[in-house]
Design a protein around this ligand. Structure first.
Ligand SMILES: [Zn+2]
Length: 162
């Protein structure tokens, strides 16, 4: 029996108790009844770096983790959704701004998530906090708030050093 949080105890296909078996090079949750192999895939997130007139766009987090700190507009990629589409969607959901993706900045590994970081430019919309953001603002390098997440901190540091 596997009791790790985040792992599975019952087969999602047939409901039988899940076992562990050596499959594709490592021990994985496995169903003896229907032979389902459970791949514990990493989550894929996108974050969006928008700079305009010397300021960057940040959102104040309304929820844990890192509630109350500020981060790049970001979120998880839905199954079947292209990462760039998720980046545009998350930015609009959190800030009200419509952006176009200009380039890929980097891919980072942050808190177990694969984070794809895009540069983007504002095309329209009106700035207002929405969805899981408590506030959304433009900041200069001199007036930065407390930052959440390593990926945001890394990008902001790179931007300050430019
Ligand atoms: Zn099964």
């Amino acid at each position: 029996m596997n009791l790790n949080p985040g792992s599975i105890r019952f087969c999602p296909l047939c409901g039988a108790p899940i076992d562990q078996a050596l499959k594709f090079g490592k021990m994985r949750p496995y169903c003896d009844q229907c032979h389902y192999i459970h791949f514990e895939d990493p989550k894929v997130a996108v974050a969006v770096f928008v700079e305009d007139q010397g300021k960057i766009l940040l959102v104040k987090r309304a929820n844990d983790p890192e509630k109350g700190k500020w981060a790049l507009p970001a979120g998880y990629v839905d199954r079947g959704e292209a990462p760039a589409t998720a980046a545009i969607r998350e930015t609009e959901e959190e800030t009200g701004l419509i952006v176009t993706i200009s380039h890929l900045i980097d891919v980072l590994f942050d808190s177990g998530n694969i984070v794809i970081l895009y540069g983007a430019a504002v095309q329209g919309g009106a700035l207002c906090a929405r969805d899981d953001a408590e506030d959304a603002c433009w900041f200069t390098a001199a007036e930065l708030p407390p930052l959440a997440f390593r990926s945001t901190q890394i990008l902001v540091e790179r931007w300050q050093q430019r």
